[in-house]
Design a protein around this ligand. Structure first.
Ligand code: TRP
Length: 470
């Protein structure tokens, strides 16, 4: 992340230095870029369409939008606010606020939940990032041109059935993430985000434009936006809630870390809302790009994690200059996933530096390699271990592979739990005066936020949890 005083400050410098020495985001835009870089990723383009397809469309989308508004945005504001008030890395920010306001030191556990969640998420995130890396080559070599849906499907199942190829691309993706985190250089990345994100947006628009000509655009719009609540299950609601956290990078203190660099005079509410709107916009565009292709080709909306890899290549194979656009699209997808992957690894590395006194290179190598190794379990879940469902004795987890379980446990349990703790911390524990100062909202806007965070958010998360247990 770019900071005005040093340009490449790492979180550890941030912890050592006083607030004045660590430097701040150069501008509101810089914060928005970094936070958007973290938020917009595979969650928007890979995960949102496939879980929408699996959960029946419209009603799920409405649930997801409601979760963004009622749970996501208030918690993002709380995370950014806690980070800025503490002015340190998440674990230390929480400790500092706890000391200053004479609270129980156990609150720093929020940071610990985050470190664990980031570690588990990155292990499978990198495997999917690897799929994107692999598809750059597939698109660039012209293999997609004019292919039928069956042939495109065969290319994808060919990739999944080949553990060594998956391992190769997983390794490449993890290495990309580790190199940036090890060097602690964020200024180049910020520039990259400011060019590549709009690029990704434009490419999605091009695919949406193509999808409009497919003849099934209306059907896709109906599927995405016309709610049929009979199709929404209680577990679908949990998935929508979990995804609100996942897609906004909430629940593991990433936004807290970023918030600690935000200058005091910048509005937390406006920036959080901006980031959430961009993130949601990208997800909805991805849905509008993918579902027309699904329906036009008689594919299955609930096809699962492979959905975008079975539909987008089909569109690129048919549109003019498709190999070019396809290659560009997957390159941009890698960048989106890369900036998100960095924000998943960063808190772990920072924690190792602080708690274990390791230097940045050693911390990155240690955390990265263990995470990479765990990723192998996700790779094997796609082929050799595709029948291994270790927790099938729990009804809700029946038939879930290790890969599915990692995704489920992190997105649907750890992140909402982390978010719940943040909501309780801000809603019930932190000094109200301090929060009013940080947020500097009008009295009514502050009350709206405060009441939502104090009552609605925790109750919503708790109700969804309890319903799913029984
Ligand atoms: N938000 C990212 C995505 O949608 C994933 C991600 C990055 C994330 N950092 C995170 C999720 C921190 C939870 C917490 O792809």
């Amino acid at each position: 992340m770019s900071v005005t005083s040093s340009g490449s400050a790492t979180y550890s410098e941030a912890v050592e230095g006083s607030n004045a020495k660590r430097g701040l985001w150069s501008s509101r835009l810089a914060f928005i870029l970094a936070a958007t870089g973290s938020a917009v990723g595979l969650g928007n383009i890979w995960k949102f369409p496939y879980i929408t397809g699996e959960n029946g469309g419209g009603a799920f989308v409405i649930m997801y939008l409601a979760c963004i508004a009622v749970v996501g945005i208030p918690i993002m504001m709380a995370e950014v606010m806690i980070g800025r008030r503490g002015g340190r890395s998440p674990v230390n920010s929480l400790r500092l606020i706890a000391e200053r306001d004479k609270l129980h030191p156990a609150w720093k556990l929020v940071g610990a939940v985050g470190v664990l969640a980031g570690f588990l998420i990155l292990s499978f995130y990198s495997v999917i990032g690897g799929w994107a890396v692999s598809y750059v080559g597939t698109a660039a070599s012209g293999q997609l041109a004019g292919q039928s849906a069956d042939a495109i499907g065969a290319i994808f199942s060919g990739l999944l059935s080949d553990p060594l190829t998956l391992l190769l691309w997983h390794t490449v993706f993890m290495a990309l993430v580790m190199v940036v985190v090890a060097r602690g250089v964020r200024s180049g990345l910020e520039r990259a985000v400011s060019i590549l994100m709009p690029g990704l947006f434009i490419l999605l628009l091009i695919v949406v434009g193509y999808a409009m000509t497919s003849g099934s655009f209306g059907k896709a719009v109906t599927f995405l936006f016309q709610p049929d609540f009979s199709k929404l299950t209680t577990s679908g609601v949990l998935v929508a809630l979990g995804h609100a956290f996942f897609t906004l990078s909430l629940g593991m203190a990433v936004m807290m870390a970023y918030g600690s660099y935000l200058p005091k005079n910048i509005s937390i509410a406006k920036t959080s809302i901006t980031v959430s709107i961009i993130d949601t916009g990208v997800a909805l565009l991805a849905g509008l790009a993918i579902f027309p292709i699904v329906f036009a080709n008689g594919l299955e909306p609930g096809a699962g994690p492979g959905l975008i890899f079975q539909t987008l290549p089909l569109a690129f194979g048919q549109m003019p200059m498709g190999s070019f656009f396809g290659t560009l699209f997957f390159v941009l997808l890698i960048f989106a996933a890369w900036t998100s992957g960095i924000s998943l690894l960063e808190p772990i590395v920072e924690w190792l530096e602080e708690q274990k006194g390791l230097n940045r290179t050693v911390s990155t190598l240690g955390a990265g390699v263990v995470c990479w190794a765990l990723g192998i379990a996700s790779i094997l879940s796609l082929n050799l271990w595709s029948d291994v469902a270790p927790l099938s004795f729990i009804p809700m987890l029946e038939g879930k592979t290790i890969f599915d379980l990692l995704d489920f446990f992190t997105a649907n349990i750890l992140l909402p739990l982390g978010g719940l703790l943040v909501a309780l911390f801000a809603g019930w524990v932190m000094s109200k005066q301090a929060m009013e100062n940080e947020l500097s909202l009008s009295a009514s806007a502050f009350s709206l936020w405060f009441v939502t965070l104090r009552f609605i958010t925790p109750v919503a998360v708790a109700v969804v949890f309890i319903y799913n247990l029984i």
